[in-house]
Design a protein around this ligand. Structure first.
Ligand code: ZN
Length: 399
């Protein structure tokens, strides 16, 4: 029997709440979206609570839940996921952090947490890479814009430590402290503090700061690290579900999730993770991928960022852009397409919420329902009923 072929499209933060200016429709309900509506009409719809009613999901734990991993038991930490996102091969026992360069004054008070939103950290963080202190190697890689990745590699490390990031400008850079009484946590905090002291001096002495000062830009003299995670290999997605999987994403975090779960991360021209992202290319690449893979996870980010900006008109327009890119999916034979979100990002909240998200499953579905459009309200009457995020994969596979 031929294997199932599945495309899962996660529109980040798609779910929303009624908006007065749209006649109390959500951006999804107000959007002109003939393709999504056709898929909903000929498929099966429902609603899904991704984590639980009281748990506002972060994108990373939400995605892991949807892909069939138990949170918090199988949560690798934000640092390791971001590290995988920039293509770093982690080893068991590494402790990884997300980082960004910042500006502090002579008293150690953070003035600018992003050093004037510097465009690239590469020339600043390169000299810090491969430093070794007490047998621990520090691997530093640039991320996008002011971001970077820090990995500690060595024996006896722990992620039970605090961050040096005060989280707000105007507050002093913090000393890293252990959060439990283990000798591993104390050792990790001590070595990291030594590294950071050296890093502050090395960054401040970088000749590029002379040019930045001349141009009136904030100098780079601080590295803020957070999201510590102790890396342990997760069971690959392919083994867990018996599906050869690929990942198509623009933003680093989602490539990181794909890579960490052993999916092949496919590079797509124009996939930026921003509203200018080329959704057409991503959908075409997903269809192409089905020749070599059983399961393609496609991530689309801007529905979330536009919700966080409170930009309901922009969110609706972007949903229409997604819809236009979906028309090739209507022609597919023998492919199951699932479309949903990792959480809601209501424009009125400008933040994630625990509100249930709409979900549709199309292709080879035996049952049907009366839902004629893809929207938060309409999906409540769908044949899938209400499902939990942890059951989504089983639902998609078993229909
Ligand atoms: Zn998200």
């Amino acid at each position: 029997m031929p294997k199932k072929k599945i495309i899962l499209i996660i529109c980040d933060g798609l779910g929303d709440r009624p908006i007065k200016e749209f006649g109390n429709k959500t951006p999804l309900e107000a959007a002109r979206k003939p393709n999504l509506d056709k898929l909903a009409k000929t498929g099966l719809c429902g609603t899904m609570t991704v984590m639980d009613e009281c748990h506002v999901p972060h994108s990373d734990d939400a995605h892991l839940t949807l892909l069939g991993y138990r949170i918090p038991q199988e949560y690798p930490g934000r640092g390791p996921i971001e590290a995988a996102g920039v293509g770093l091969e982690l080893e068991e026992g590494d402790v990884a952090f997300r980082a960004n360069v910042a500006t502090m004054d002579s008293n150690g008070i953070v003035i600018d947490r992003r050093a004037g939103r510097i465009e690239s950290t590469a020339d600043f963080v390169r000299p810090l890479d491969s430093t070794v202190i007490d047998g621990v190697k520090f691997i530093v890689r640039p991320g996008t814009a002011y971001r970077a990745i820090l990995v500690m590699r060595g024996l006896g490390l722990s992620d039970r430590i605090t961050s040096n990031d005060p989280e707000f400008a105007g507050k002093p850079v913090l000393e890293v402290k252990p959060t439990d009484s283990s000798k591993q946590a104390k050792f990790t905090a001590d070595v990291l503090n030594s590294f950071l002291e050296n890093a502050y001096a090395a960054l401040a002495g970088n000749p590029l700061n002379i040019g930045r000062e001349r141009e009136g830009k904030p100098v780079v003299n601080c590295l803020l690290v957070r999201g510590a995670g102790y890396y342990e290999k997760l069971e690959p997605f392919g083994k867990r579900w018996g599906l050869k999987a690929a990942c198509i994403a623009g933003a680093g975090l989602y490539k990181g999730i794909g890579r960490m779960l052993g999916m092949d991360v496919i590079k797509v021209d124009g996939a930026t993770g921003m509203p200018d992202t080329n959704v057409d290319n991503k959908i075409k690449a997903a269809i192409e991928c089905l020749k070599t893979h059983d399961f393609v996870f496609v991530h689309i980010k801007p529905t979330d960022s536009l919700g966080e900006d409170g930009n309901w008109r922009g969110k609706k327009d972007f949903i229409e852009k997604i819809d236009r890119a979906l028309s090739p999916l209507l022609e597919l034979k023998g492919v199951r397409v699932a479309i949903t979100a990792d959480h809601s990002t209501p424009c009125e909240c400008r933040a994630h919420s625990a509100d249930p998200v709409p979900i549709l499953v199309h292709g080879g579905v035996m049952k049907s329902d009366f839902v004629k459009e893809f929207g938060e309200k309409a999906c409540r009457r769908g044949g899938l009923g209400h499902i939990w995020g942890r059951d989504m994969m089983k639902t998609i596979l078993n229909l």
